[in-house]
Design a protein around this ligand. Structure first.
Ligand code: GUN
Length: 287
């Protein structure tokens, strides 16, 4: 089988252009420019790259972008103060605190502090709860991007067997909830699952979001499956640093109907969905 390689970069660029048009139209109607604030604590190089890309995309969409940088050693109070101030600003419609945070800071506390109406990550317990009930407006960006790719590739996914590998709050759990809302039969495979390969072999849709480089090999994949690889793992190969997914791409590619590459698959879609969430938050704020 010759698999379709899903070009997340191209789709993401298209979506951002469409949103730039919407932003223009909103502003022409007299609404405020949508604003996204990103908070970066410390100097983890991967986080710095992610934040730069998020800000660039917000600017491409014609949004106001604000970056708040805090020192690696900053106190919880200092971080809380930055988020509290952003919560009150009426030119900021979306707030994202880049994770992971340094060990001495509480991610749970900061996620709980962000106003749910500005929580463009969709991580606040209120937004997570609304997603479980099928009532969410702000949905975590990576699962939302994966769903967009699946719908573009497969159309109606109702009745398909979807297997999600990983149960994180950021990707695995919300992904499973979204697939269930789309009427898939959903299995979540995790570190305590018995015979994960056998469970994955049953998947029409396989979403790998576990953070283990190239875990998914040929024998895990059903012929004709659509494979979505959320992993971004930096590994050393032949003395060179390289990014690989949670799926061994070369091993499985000719067995799939379609597959996302790493990089250039899910990553750019996460950013497009962040911009989409910021636009939704701005629209709901009505200013
Ligand atoms: N770190 C890795 N992925 C994400 C994400 O989707 N949102 C935030 N805030 N941090 C992340």
């Amino acid at each position: 089988m010759s698999a379709k390689i899903i070009d997340g970069r191209h789709i993401s660029e298209q979506l951002i252009e469409e949103m730039a048009q919407e932003v223009k139209e909103r502003m022409a109607q007299g609404y405020k420019q949508p604003g996204l604030a990103v908070v970066l604590v410390g100097d983890d190089p991967a986080s710095a790259i992610y934040v730069r890309n998020k800000i660039r995309s917000a600017e491409k969409a014609g949004m106001l972008s604000i970056v708040k940088r805090l020192d690696e050693s900053c106190s919880q109070q200092a971080l809380d103060d930055v988020v509290s101030e952003l919560n009150e600003r009426d030119d900021v419609h979306g707030i994202l605190v880049q994770l992971p945070l340094p060990k001495h800071l509480s991610e749970e506390r900061i996620i709980n502090l962000i106003k749910p109406s500005k929580d463009v990550d969709g991580f606040h317990p209120m937004n997570a709860g609304l997603l479980s009930l099928g009532q969410a407006t702000l949905i975590p960006c990576t699962p939302l991007g994966c769903l967009e790719l699946l719908k573009r590739e497969m159309g109606d996914i109702s009745g398909k067997h979807a297997v999600v590998i990983g149960r994180s709050n950021i990707v695995g759990k919300p992904m499973a909830r979204l697939l269930l809302l789309a009427n898939c039969t959903v299995t979540v495979v995790h570190s305590k699952s018995v015979d994960p390969a056998k469970l994955c072999q049953q998947a029409d849709i396989l979403v790998a979001a576990v953070g283990v480089p190239e875990l998914v090999t040929r024998d895990w994949v059903k012929s004709g499956a659509v494979v979505i690889d959320v992993g971004i793992n930096a590994i050393e190969q032949e003395g060179k640093r390289k990014l690989v997914g949670d799926v061994n791409f070369n091993d499985v590619v000719d067995k799939c109907q379609a597959i996302t590459p790493v990089p250039g698959g899910v990553g750019p879609m996460t950013i497009a969905c962040l911009i989409k969430n910021t636009l939704i938050a701005a629209t709901l704020s009505d200013n």
